[in-house]
Design a binder for this molecule. Structure first.
Ligand code: ZN
Length: 408
């Protein structure tokens, strides 16, 4: 295929992706109904329902502005040879590591400058207006510094790994990259709670008392080896409640947000834990890991394919074939495959959520889980009428109403 055809494929995909995601957002936005489903009458009184609707509208607006700006930037880079100029600028250096590193660092800085005001507005105007925000300006600023540093560190590491393998093996390097990325993903999964979370939050072991006893009693009953139970200071940033489970094998960790503990009864909390144990017992975690590894394999395979087509680099304005332009081209050309694999992953995930709910009902109590889900949804003003197509493409969890009906 000619350089020109590649250019039109790339530009066409950028335009398609932008339109596609905004049409989905629009459908979702139009799907709010006037009446409140009877299961939720006690949790979404009229006022709260209106509030949830307005919250979604505000969030939608900001995401439309932000995605439009990013879209325009990419279109400008494509049509005014921005990538090519950047490539010419970095080609004054000899080392391929410096060339590609600098290329992506500059793009990263431009992207950050665009997204930072939106993130600020989201936290201090929207979240504040709807009563969720607890972040101080200092925390926001420190978070920004830390996450930028972490992104550059991890991104740089990944780039170094990929480039080293590419320089060494050239043909067939995708296989090595696949192995490398899969190992890295497993490591991050294992040490997430020990290494990444403490950079942003304080984790304290859950104090002994009724809740801890109940959790330990349940874990023992179902034969789930739990290494750590932590409380995390989520209230530092938001009133929204959450919990996460991480670690593999003997390193399993559960972290409950302090906001979750404040708002829910002990039984509701154990029910939420039972749901997570369900994911583990039904082998969802293991299956998810395998699916992700397969996904990484498909990705690295196509990446090598894109790198072997010099016309892709040229379509982006490069004088000759190179790694960073190939990576940019790949990230756009791969997007339809990524949408397809996303659909599959989310389909499996939604099915697994039903199974984990059923497990919690079987081994603990379905009513406590239903109560926890309703409270969580109402507290975070989540959308109770997502559009089915939006769910199909974006939701990793089934809509609340479907989960409640399945629990009954
Ligand atoms: Zn789940």
């Amino acid at each position: 295929m000619s350089t020109e055809s590649w250019f039109f494929i790339i530009a066409g995909l950028v335009i398609f992706n932008y339109l596609f995601s905004n049409i989905l957002d629009y459908l979702n936005h139009k799907n709010w109904k006037d009446e409140i489903p009877f299961e939720l009458k006690d949790f979404y009184e009229k006022e709260r329902y209106e509030k949830a609707k307005n919250y979604a509208i505000s969030k939608n607006k900001i995401s439309l502005y932000s995605s439009t700006l990013s879209f325009l930037l990419i279109i400008c880079l494509l049509f005014f040879n921005g990538y090519g100029l950047l490539d010419r600028f970095v080609s004054q250096y000899d080392s391929s590591f410096i060339k590609s590193g600098l290329f992506f660092l500059i793009l990263y800085i431009i992207n950050t400058l665009i997204s930072l005001p939106f993130s600020y507005y989201n936290t201090f105007v929207i979240e504040e207006k709807f009563g969720f925000n607890r972040t101080t300006k200092t925390t926001f600023f420190i978070d920004f510094i830390k996450s930028s540093f972490l992104s550059i560190l991890i991104g740089g590491l990944l780039l170094f790994l990929a480039l080293s393998l590419y320089n060494k093996f050239n043909e067939g390097f995708w296989l090595w990259l696949w192995i490398g990325l899969s190992l890295l993903m497993i490591l991050i999964n294992m040490f997430y709670a020990d290494l990444i979370v403490p950079i942003f939050n304080k984790l304290k072991p859950l104090e002994s008392g009724e809740l801890r006893e109940k959790i330990e009693k349940y874990s023992k009953e179902v034969g789930y080896m739990l290494k750590n139970i932590y409380v995390i200071d989520g209230s530092k940033r938001s009133t929204k409640a959450n919990a996460f489970f991480s670690g593999l094998g003997p390193r399993k960790t559960i972290a409950l947000y302090d906001t979750l503990i404040q708002k829910h009864s002990d039984n509701e909390l154990v029910a939420v834990l039972a749901h997570e144990v369900g994911h583990y017992k039904k082998k969802h975690i293991f299956l998810g890991l395998i699916l992700t590894i397969i996904q990484i394999g498909i990705m690295t395979f196509f990446f090598e394919l894109c790198l072997s087509v010099p016309e892709i680099s040229r379509a982006l304005g490069g004088a000759n074939n190179n790694f960073h332009l190939g990576l940019i081209g790949f990230s756009i050309i791969f997007s339809p495959i990524s949408i397809l694999s996303g659909i599959l992953m989310k389909f499996v995930s939604r099915k697994n959520e039903f199974e984990a709910d059923a497990y919690a009902k079987e081994t603990f109590n379905g009513e406590d889980l239903a109560l926890a889900l309703k409270k969580l949804s109402a507290d975070s003003l989540s959308n109770i009428y997502p559009h089915p197509l939006y769910v199909f493409f974006h939701y990793s969890h089934p809509p609340l109403i479907k989960r409640l009906r399945a629990l009954n």
